[in-house]
Ligand binder design. Structure first.
Ligand SMILES: NC(=O)c1ccc[n+]([C@@H]2O[C@H](COP(=O)([O-])OP(=O)(O)OC[C@H]3O[C@@H](n4cnc5c(N)ncnc54)[C@H](O)[C@@H]3O)[C@@H](O)[C@H]2O)c1
Length: 275
C-alpha cells in the first residue's frame, strides 16, 4: 500500500524513538511512519544505538532524520533536543511522546524509589517535553502533540504495577489539560491508549508475569486476553498517531484514542499470575 504524504515539509520530534530490543517498538515505528509520510524527523532516545538505528532506517528509506541522545526526564537535555530540532529543521510541527516504563508491584511491594522513577519517566517526560515545545508551537501558531498512554490508565489488566496504572491515568489528563489550554492557539494535544501490543520490551519486562515465564506462552496468554484474539503491532499505534497529528484530525483535540482490539470493552481480562 502506498503511504500517504500528510507530513510533507513538516517536522516531527519523537521522544523514545528507539526500540528496547530487536524489532519494532511503538516509538521506532512512529518515527519511521512520520518519515514515510514526508516528515523530517528528530529521533530522540537516551541510548545512542537506539536513536542511531532509527535514523539509519529512515535514511535507508530515503527520508531525513537527525538522531539525538537525551534523557526525557532531564530538563536541560530535553531543552537541547528541542533546540536541536529547531536548528536542524527550523520548526516543530509534531511532538510525539513515546517514553514510558513499568515496574512490577502493587502498593505493598512498590518502593518509593520505584514509584518516583515510574511517575518521573511516564509523566515528567510529558511535562518537560511540552514545557519546551509548547512555546515553539505557540510562536508558530500551530502544532500537534500525541502522548502515548495505555489502557492501563482506565482498566486493571491483571498485571500488578500500580505506578504504571497511575502514571498513565496522569498522561491522559495532562493531554486533556494541554488541549484545553492551547486549543485557541492552534495547538492540538491527544493521547493514545494502546492495549496489548507485540513489542520487544514486553518480552523483557512482562514474560515472568504469565504462564511458564517464557516469551511464547506470554504472547499466547496475551492474545487470549484480546477479544480479536491477536496482539496489536507497533504500526497500529504509529498509524493512529500519524492520523491524530495530521490535518485530517484538525478538529480533534483532548481526545484519548483507544487502540486495543476491543480489550477495554470486554468484561474479562484475567490471565497473569497476579491475584
Ligand atoms: N507494548 C505494549 O504492549 C504497550 C501497551 C500500552 C502502552 N505502551 C506504551 O508504549 C510506549 C513504549 O513502547 P515501546 O514499545 O516503544 O517501548 P520501548 O521500551 O522499546 O521504548 C522506546 C524507547 O524509549 C527509550 N527511553 C526509555 N526511557 C527513556 C528516557 N527517559 N528518555 C529517552 N528515551 C527513553 C528506550 O531507550 C527505547 O529505545 C510506552 O509509553 C508504553 O507505556 C506499550
Amino acid at each position: 500500500m502506498t503511504e500517504q504524504r500528510r507530513y510533507e515539509g513538516r517536522t516531527a520530534l519523537v521522544f523514545g524513538a528507539g526500540s528496547d530490543g530487536e524489532g519494532w517498538s511503538n516509538g521506532k515505528a512512529a518515527a519511521v511512519q512520520y518519515a514515510r509520510e514526508g516528515a523530517n524527523v528528530l529521533a530522540v532516545d537516551m541510548r545512542r544505538s537506539a536513536a542511531e538505528e532509527t535514523r539509519e532506517i529512515i535514511a535507508g528509506e530515503g527520508g531525513t532524520c537527525i538522531a539525538v541522545v537525551a534523557n526525557a526526564i532531564d530538563g536541560s537535555e530535553v531543552q537541547s533536543a528541542v533546540q536541536g530540532c529547531l536548528d536542524g529543521f527550523g520548526a516543530i510541527d509534531v511532538l510525539h511522546n513515546n517514553v514510558g516504563i513499568g515496574e512490577m508491584g502493587g502498593p505493598v511491594e512498590t518502593s518509593l524509589e520505584s514509584w518516583n522513577r515510574v511517575l518521573d519517566v511516564n509523566m515528567k517526560s510529558v511535562l518537560l517535553t511540552t514545557k519546551y515545545v509548547l512555546p515553539v508551537m505557540e510562536r508558530q501558531g500551530k502544532g500537534a502533540i500525541v502522548n502515548i498512554s495505555s489502557i492501563a490508565a482506565i482498566r486493571w489488566s491483571g498485571v500488578s504495577y500500580v505506578g504504571y496504572y497511575a502514571s498513565k491515568a496522569g498522561v491522559n489528563q495532562m493531554s486533556r489539560v494541554i488541549a484545553g489550554q492551547y486549543a485557541a492557539k492552534g495547538i492540538r494535544c491527544n493521547a493514545i491508549m494502546p492495549g496489548l501490543i507485540d513489542t520487544p520490551q514486553t518480552y523483557k519486562n512482562l514474560a515472568d508475569q504469565y504462564g511458564d515465564g517464557g516469551g511464547a506462552s506470554m504472547a499466547e496468554a496475551r492474545r487470549q486476553q484480546v477479544p480479536m484474539k491477536k496482539l496489536g503491532s507497533a504500526w497500529d499505534i504509529a498509524k493512529a498517531a500519524a492520523f491524530l497529528n495530521s490535518d485530517e484530525a484538525k478538529f480533534i483535540t483532548g481526545t484519548v484514542l483507544t487502540v486495543d482490539g476491543g480489550m477495554s470493552c470486554s468484561m474479562v481480562a484475567p490471565p497473569p499470575k497476579a491475584a
